[in-house]
Design a protein around this ligand. Structure first.
Ligand code: FES
Length: 276
C-alpha cells in the first residue's frame, strides 16, 4: 500500500469524524423532547383532530368580531375650534401669511409712493423753477450760479451777445437753445467724465470737478481735464413767464473745443486740471 493511499484514507476518516461530531452537536442544540411531552402530544392528537380545532377557531373569531345589533352609531359632530385652540402648524401658517401680506403691502405702498412722486414732480419730470426774472435774480445773487436740488441742476445765465455763435453749435438741441434764448442754461450736476457731482469755483467762475479735475466754463463748455465733452444739459421752456426744466430730457454736452462765450478763468482755480 503506497503512502498516498494511506494519507487519503486518513483524510477520509478525519472528515467522517467531523461530520459525525457536527451532526451530534446540532441535535444537542435543537434539543430533544422529553418522554412526558411526547406522550402528552400523542394524547392530544388522539382527542382533537385538526378539522374540529379549525371549526372551533373560526367560530370563536366570528363571535369576537360580531357587532351587537342593538348598539346605535352616534352622529359625527365637528370639534369646537375654540375648544381645540390654535395648533402650532396653524400658528406658523397664519404668521407666514400675515408677514408676507405685510411685506407685499409695504412694497406696494413704496412703489405707489415712488410713482406718485414721479407723476407729481421731482427728478425725471418737468420742474417749474419759478418766474424768469426771479431765476435771473437768484443766479446773480448767488455769484453767478443757482443750484436747484429738485432738478439736480445748476442754472446759469447765457449771455445774449453769444447767441449768434451758439445758434449754430446748438442747432440740433432746440429745447436747449430755447432756454439759452431766454437767457438760461440748466446744466446737469453730474460730471460727464465719471459722474461726480460738479461744484462751482467762486474764484475762477467755472465748474471744477474735484474727482479728476475736469473744468467747464459757466455755461458748461469744457475747458480742461479728462471729461469727454461739456456738461450735459436739460431742455428748458418758458411757460406763462415761468422757467420749466424738463429733467426727463437730457442732452449731451457740447464737444471738446466748443467755446461760445469766450469766458476765461476769472481768478485762481479751485482744483488743478487733469492731464488728459
Ligand atoms: S468725474 Fe469729474 S473729472 Fe472725473
Amino acid at each position: 500500500m503506497n503512502i498516498t493511499l494511506v494519507i487519503s484514507l486518513a483524510v477520509l476518516v478525519v472528515l467522517a469524524g467531523v461530520v459525525v461530531l457536527t451532526a451530534a452537536r446540532r441535535r444537542e442544540t435543537t434539543g430533544v423532547l422529553s418522554r412526558e411531552t411526547r406522550s402528552r402530544d400523542q394524547k392530544a392528537d388522539r382527542t382533537a383532530n385538526s378539522r374540529e380545532f379549525e371549526r372551533e377557531s373560526v367560530a370563536s373569531r366570528s363571535t369576537a368580531l360580531a357587532v351587537p345589533q342593538s348598539v346605535a352609531v352616534a352622529p359625527w359632530t365637528p370639534p369646537d375650534p375654540e375648544a381645540i385652540g390654535v395648533s402650532r402648524r396653524q400658528f406658523f401658517n397664519r404668521a407666514t401669511v400675515t408677514l408676507m401680506s405685510a411685506g407685499l403691502g409695504g412694497f406696494g405702498a413704496a412703489v405707489l409712493g415712488f410713482l406718485w412722486k414721479g407723476a407729481e414732480g421731482g427728478f425725471g419730470s418737468k420742474i417749474n423753477a419759478g418766474k424768469v426774472d426771479d431765476i435771473i435774480a437768484g443766479i446773480r445773487s448767488n455769484n453767478g450760479f443757482l443750484y436747484l436740488p429738485e432738478a439736480r441742476a445748476w442754472v446759469t445765465e447765457y449771455p445774449k451777445e453769444s447767441l449768434a455763435k451758439a445758434e449754430a453749435i446748438y442747432a440740433s438741441q432746440a429745447p436747449v437753445f430755447a432756454g439759452m434764448s431766454s437767457g438760461i442754461v440748466a446744466l446737469y450736476q453730474k460730471c460727464p467724465h465719471l459722474g461726480c457731482r460738479v461744484p462751482t469755483c467762486a474764484t475762477s467762475q467755472w465748474f471744477e470737478c474735484p474727482c479728476h479735475g475736469s473744468q467747464f466754463n459757466r455755461v458748461g463748455e469744457k475747458k480742461g481735464g479728462p471729461a469727454p465733452r461739456g456738461m450735459d444739459r436739460f431742455a428748458v421752456s418758458i411757460n406763462n413767464g415761468s422757467v420749466v426744466i424738463d429733467t426727463g430730457a437730457v442732452f449731451g454736452g457740447p464737444s471738446i473745443g466748443t467755446n461760445t462765450t469766450g469766458q476765461e478763468a476769472e481768478g485762481p482755480h479751485c482744483v488743478g486740471a487733469g492731464g488728459h
